[in-house]
Design a protein around this ligand. Structure first.
Ligand SMILES: [Zn+2]
Length: 66
């Protein structure tokens, strides 16, 4: 319990929420979806460089066919 309280003191609240702030990214070339904090520099599926664009949750669902 004491350990947890220490962690909260050391990390400011705005910093903590930033860590958990993942976004959806879509590869322009192969439509691959990634859910990460930052877009991958190189697409692991088609090897395209800087091809990822940020999309919202609804678009991600559409692309994934959900
Ligand atoms: Zn790709």
């Amino acid at each position: 319990m004491q350990y947890l309280q220490l962690l909260h003191l050391e990390i400011p609240s705005h910093r903590r929420s930033k860590i958990a702030d993942k976004k959806f990214w879509r590869c322009n070339v192969c439509n691959d979806i990634h859910y990460e904090v930052a877009d991958p520099e190189i697409c692991p599926t088609c090897q395209a460089k800087n091809a990822y664009v940020e999309i919202d949750k609804e678009e991600a669902k559409n692309v994934m066919g959900l």
